[in-house]
Design a protein around this ligand. Structure first.
Ligand SMILES: [Zn+2]
Length: 277
Protein backbone atom coordinates (compact mmCIF):
# COMPACT_ATOMS: atom_id res chain seq x y z
CA UNK A 1 0.00 0.00 0.00
CA UNK A 2 2.87 2.40 -0.48
CA UNK A 3 2.28 5.23 -2.90
CA UNK A 4 4.13 8.34 -3.77
CA UNK A 5 3.79 10.96 -1.04
CA UNK A 6 2.84 14.48 -2.04
CA UNK A 7 3.72 17.68 -0.25
CA UNK A 8 0.95 19.41 1.60
CA UNK A 9 -0.29 22.64 0.09
CA UNK A 10 -0.05 25.98 1.85
CA UNK A 11 -2.70 26.33 4.47
CA UNK A 12 -3.44 22.62 4.81
CA UNK A 13 -1.40 22.31 7.99
CA UNK A 14 -3.11 25.38 9.41
CA UNK A 15 -6.48 23.84 8.63
CA UNK A 16 -5.34 20.63 10.32
CA UNK A 17 -4.36 22.61 13.40
CA UNK A 18 -7.76 24.30 13.52
CA UNK A 19 -9.42 20.87 13.38
CA UNK A 20 -7.23 19.42 16.12
CA UNK A 21 -7.80 22.39 18.42
CA UNK A 22 -11.56 22.11 17.91
CA UNK A 23 -11.50 18.36 18.60
CA UNK A 24 -9.35 18.94 21.70
CA UNK A 25 -11.68 21.65 23.00
CA UNK A 26 -14.79 19.52 22.39
CA UNK A 27 -13.30 16.45 24.07
CA UNK A 28 -12.21 18.59 27.04
CA UNK A 29 -15.72 19.96 27.45
CA UNK A 30 -17.21 16.47 27.30
CA UNK A 31 -14.66 15.23 29.86
CA UNK A 32 -15.53 18.14 32.19
CA UNK A 33 -19.20 17.28 31.67
CA UNK A 34 -18.66 13.81 33.11
CA UNK A 35 -17.48 11.61 30.23
CA UNK A 36 -14.25 10.12 31.64
CA UNK A 37 -13.67 8.12 28.45
CA UNK A 38 -12.96 11.37 26.59
CA UNK A 39 -9.52 11.36 28.23
CA UNK A 40 -8.53 8.80 25.56
CA UNK A 41 -9.68 11.17 22.86
CA UNK A 42 -7.71 14.01 24.47
CA UNK A 43 -4.60 11.80 24.58
CA UNK A 44 -4.84 11.11 20.84
CA UNK A 45 -5.23 14.81 20.05
CA UNK A 46 -2.22 15.65 22.22
CA UNK A 47 -0.21 12.93 20.51
CA UNK A 48 -1.08 14.33 17.09
CA UNK A 49 -0.09 17.83 18.17
CA UNK A 50 3.07 17.03 20.14
CA UNK A 51 4.63 13.59 19.68
CA UNK A 52 7.47 13.09 17.24
CA UNK A 53 7.76 9.37 16.68
CA UNK A 54 9.84 9.09 13.50
CA UNK A 55 10.13 10.36 9.95
CA UNK A 56 6.55 9.72 8.86
CA UNK A 57 5.11 10.26 12.32
CA UNK A 58 5.80 13.91 13.00
CA UNK A 59 3.92 16.14 15.38
CA UNK A 60 1.63 18.74 13.86
CA UNK A 61 3.14 21.56 15.92
CA UNK A 62 6.60 20.35 14.82
CA UNK A 63 5.56 20.48 11.16
CA UNK A 64 4.26 24.00 11.75
CA UNK A 65 7.70 24.84 13.22
CA UNK A 66 6.31 26.20 16.46
CA UNK A 67 6.60 23.24 18.83
CA UNK A 68 10.09 24.05 20.09
CA UNK A 69 9.45 27.77 20.54
CA UNK A 70 6.14 27.81 22.39
CA UNK A 71 6.40 28.80 26.05
CA UNK A 72 4.41 26.00 27.69
CA UNK A 73 2.08 26.64 30.60
CA UNK A 74 3.02 24.55 33.66
CA UNK A 75 0.25 24.11 36.24
CA UNK A 76 2.00 21.62 38.55
CA UNK A 77 2.59 22.62 42.18
CA UNK A 78 5.85 24.26 43.21
CA UNK A 79 8.68 22.01 44.35
CA UNK A 80 9.09 21.71 48.07
CA UNK A 81 12.47 21.97 49.79
CA UNK A 82 14.07 18.57 50.40
CA UNK A 83 13.52 18.92 54.18
CA UNK A 84 9.77 19.08 53.62
CA UNK A 85 8.82 16.50 51.00
CA UNK A 86 5.37 17.01 49.52
CA UNK A 87 2.80 14.45 48.49
CA UNK A 88 0.71 15.94 45.76
CA UNK A 89 -1.28 14.82 42.75
CA UNK A 90 0.94 16.48 40.15
CA UNK A 91 -1.50 17.74 37.53
CA UNK A 92 -4.51 16.72 39.64
CA UNK A 93 -6.08 17.59 42.92
CA UNK A 94 -8.25 15.53 45.21
CA UNK A 95 -11.98 16.08 45.10
CA UNK A 96 -13.72 14.79 48.22
CA UNK A 97 -17.46 14.16 48.45
CA UNK A 98 -19.14 13.57 51.78
CA UNK A 99 -21.58 10.67 51.90
CA UNK A 100 -24.78 10.51 54.01
CA UNK A 101 -22.94 9.11 57.05
CA UNK A 102 -19.93 11.34 56.63
CA UNK A 103 -17.99 8.57 54.92
CA UNK A 104 -17.55 10.05 51.50
CA UNK A 105 -15.51 9.21 48.46
CA UNK A 106 -12.49 10.95 47.01
CA UNK A 107 -11.12 11.02 43.53
CA UNK A 108 -8.55 12.86 41.48
CA UNK A 109 -9.79 15.67 39.26
CA UNK A 110 -7.84 17.90 36.88
CA UNK A 111 -6.81 21.19 38.47
CA UNK A 112 -7.88 23.26 35.41
CA UNK A 113 -7.47 26.89 36.50
CA UNK A 114 -8.18 26.24 40.18
CA UNK A 115 -4.64 26.04 41.59
CA UNK A 116 -5.06 28.30 44.61
CA UNK A 117 -3.03 31.22 45.90
CA UNK A 118 0.41 30.87 44.30
CA UNK A 119 1.58 32.43 41.02
CA UNK A 120 2.15 29.97 38.18
CA UNK A 121 5.55 28.65 37.16
CA UNK A 122 7.41 30.55 34.47
CA UNK A 123 6.70 28.98 31.07
CA UNK A 124 8.83 26.00 30.07
CA UNK A 125 10.50 24.88 26.87
CA UNK A 126 8.96 21.82 25.26
CA UNK A 127 11.83 19.50 26.14
CA UNK A 128 11.38 20.14 29.88
CA UNK A 129 7.60 20.46 29.88
CA UNK A 130 7.08 17.19 27.99
CA UNK A 131 9.77 14.97 29.46
CA UNK A 132 10.48 16.07 33.02
CA UNK A 133 8.87 14.43 36.03
CA UNK A 134 5.50 15.82 37.11
CA UNK A 135 4.89 13.13 39.73
CA UNK A 136 6.45 9.92 41.01
CA UNK A 137 4.60 6.66 41.43
CA UNK A 138 4.60 4.69 44.69
CA UNK A 139 7.98 3.16 43.79
CA UNK A 140 9.50 6.59 43.21
CA UNK A 141 9.56 6.16 39.43
CA UNK A 142 9.27 9.51 37.62
CA UNK A 143 6.26 10.10 35.37
CA UNK A 144 6.19 12.82 32.72
CA UNK A 145 3.46 14.41 30.63
CA UNK A 146 4.75 12.34 27.73
CA UNK A 147 4.21 9.14 29.75
CA UNK A 148 0.62 10.09 30.59
CA UNK A 149 -0.28 10.98 26.99
CA UNK A 150 1.37 8.00 25.29
CA UNK A 151 0.00 5.52 27.83
CA UNK A 152 -3.56 6.54 27.07
CA UNK A 153 -3.06 7.15 23.36
CA UNK A 154 -0.97 4.09 22.52
CA UNK A 155 -1.60 1.45 25.18
CA UNK A 156 -5.04 1.99 26.53
CA UNK A 157 -7.62 2.68 23.92
CA UNK A 158 -6.85 6.02 22.31
CA UNK A 159 -5.70 4.62 19.00
CA UNK A 160 -4.85 1.10 20.18
CA UNK A 161 -5.40 -1.27 23.11
CA UNK A 162 -2.36 -3.22 24.30
CA UNK A 163 -2.83 -6.70 25.77
CA UNK A 164 -0.34 -5.92 28.51
CA UNK A 165 0.30 -2.57 30.12
CA UNK A 166 3.26 -1.15 32.02
CA UNK A 167 3.50 -1.55 35.77
CA UNK A 168 3.75 2.19 36.55
CA UNK A 169 0.80 2.94 34.29
CA UNK A 170 -1.30 0.17 35.83
CA UNK A 171 -0.58 1.45 39.33
CA UNK A 172 -1.42 5.07 38.53
CA UNK A 173 -4.47 4.23 36.40
CA UNK A 174 -5.99 1.75 38.85
CA UNK A 175 -5.10 3.16 42.22
CA UNK A 176 -3.44 6.54 41.84
CA UNK A 177 -0.67 7.11 44.34
CA UNK A 178 -0.38 7.36 48.09
CA UNK A 179 -0.80 11.09 48.24
CA UNK A 180 -0.28 11.61 51.97
CA UNK A 181 2.50 10.50 54.27
CA UNK A 182 2.78 6.73 54.05
CA UNK A 183 1.56 5.17 57.29
CA UNK A 184 -0.88 8.00 57.98
CA UNK A 185 -3.78 5.63 58.47
CA UNK A 186 -6.36 4.79 55.78
CA UNK A 187 -4.90 3.95 52.42
CA UNK A 188 -5.23 7.38 50.80
CA UNK A 189 -5.60 6.33 47.20
CA UNK A 190 -8.21 7.81 44.99
CA UNK A 191 -8.29 5.70 41.88
CA UNK A 192 -7.34 6.87 38.43
CA UNK A 193 -4.67 9.54 38.22
CA UNK A 194 -3.97 9.13 34.50
CA UNK A 195 -7.17 10.37 32.84
CA UNK A 196 -7.45 13.59 34.90
CA UNK A 197 -3.74 14.26 34.32
CA UNK A 198 -4.27 13.99 30.55
CA UNK A 199 -7.22 16.39 30.85
CA UNK A 200 -4.96 18.84 32.65
CA UNK A 201 -2.25 18.54 29.97
CA UNK A 202 -4.91 19.32 27.35
CA UNK A 203 -5.90 22.37 29.42
CA UNK A 204 -2.28 23.55 29.47
CA UNK A 205 -1.99 23.14 25.71
CA UNK A 206 -5.26 24.92 25.00
CA UNK A 207 -4.17 27.87 27.15
CA UNK A 208 -0.69 27.91 25.60
CA UNK A 209 -2.01 27.94 22.03
CA UNK A 210 -4.75 30.49 22.80
CA UNK A 211 -2.20 32.87 24.31
CA UNK A 212 0.66 32.39 21.90
CA UNK A 213 -0.46 31.80 18.30
CA UNK A 214 -0.53 34.71 15.91
CA UNK A 215 -1.65 34.44 12.30
CA UNK A 216 1.15 35.81 10.17
CA UNK A 217 0.99 35.57 6.39
CA UNK A 218 4.68 36.60 6.23
CA UNK A 219 5.79 33.44 8.07
CA UNK A 220 6.24 30.43 5.77
CA UNK A 221 3.74 28.38 7.77
CA UNK A 222 1.29 31.28 8.17
CA UNK A 223 1.74 31.18 11.93
CA UNK A 224 4.06 32.66 14.52
CA UNK A 225 4.59 32.47 18.27
CA UNK A 226 3.98 35.67 20.23
CA UNK A 227 6.77 35.26 22.80
CA UNK A 228 9.10 32.50 21.56
CA UNK A 229 11.07 30.72 24.28
CA UNK A 230 14.60 29.30 23.93
CA UNK A 231 14.26 25.65 22.91
CA UNK A 232 17.16 24.41 25.08
CA UNK A 233 16.47 22.60 28.32
CA UNK A 234 16.87 24.86 31.31
CA UNK A 235 19.32 22.26 32.68
CA UNK A 236 21.63 22.71 29.69
CA UNK A 237 25.04 24.29 30.29
CA UNK A 238 25.37 27.16 27.83
CA UNK A 239 28.89 28.42 27.46
CA UNK A 240 28.18 31.13 24.88
CA UNK A 241 28.96 34.71 25.91
CA UNK A 242 26.00 36.96 26.66
CA UNK A 243 26.29 38.74 23.32
CA UNK A 244 27.10 35.61 21.29
CA UNK A 245 24.39 33.92 19.24
CA UNK A 246 22.35 31.50 21.37
CA UNK A 247 23.37 27.87 20.65
CA UNK A 248 19.69 26.95 20.15
CA UNK A 249 19.89 28.52 16.68
CA UNK A 250 17.15 31.11 17.19
CA UNK A 251 19.38 33.89 15.86
CA UNK A 252 19.00 35.87 19.08
CA UNK A 253 21.84 36.79 21.42
CA UNK A 254 22.29 34.32 24.27
CA UNK A 255 21.30 36.94 26.84
CA UNK A 256 18.00 37.57 25.01
CA UNK A 257 17.28 33.85 24.53
CA UNK A 258 18.62 31.22 26.95
CA UNK A 259 19.45 34.02 29.38
CA UNK A 260 15.74 34.89 29.69
CA UNK A 261 14.79 31.43 30.90
CA UNK A 262 13.59 31.13 34.46
CA UNK A 263 13.53 27.95 36.54
CA UNK A 264 10.33 26.48 37.93
CA UNK A 265 9.17 28.00 41.17
CA UNK A 266 10.54 26.38 44.34
CA UNK A 267 9.20 26.91 47.80
CA UNK A 268 11.44 27.56 50.78
CA UNK A 269 10.70 26.43 54.32
CA UNK A 270 9.80 30.11 55.01
CA UNK A 271 7.14 30.04 52.23
CA UNK A 272 5.65 26.88 53.71
CA UNK A 273 5.47 28.40 57.16
CA UNK A 274 3.86 31.56 55.76
CA UNK A 275 1.35 29.44 53.82
CA UNK A 276 0.44 27.39 56.90
CA UNK A 277 0.00 30.50 59.08
ZN1 LIG B 1 18.19 30.05 22.66
Amino acid sequence: MSGKRVQRRDGELLAALRDQRELLRNAGERYDGGSDAEAKNLAVRLRVLLHDGGRNNRSLLGQLKIKENLPYLDTTPAEHPPEAPSFHGGLCMVHATLGPEGAGSSRYVPVLDKRASLPPHPPQAFVDWWSNRVISDDQGRPVSRRDFVLWLADQDGGAHVDGAIGETYAGLAREGIAIFQPGAGDDPRFKDLVAPSVRQIAFEIEKTLDAQLIDDSEADTGLRVKAPICSLSINETVSAGRNDPCPCGSGRKAKRCFGMRQPRRRLTLGDLHAEAA
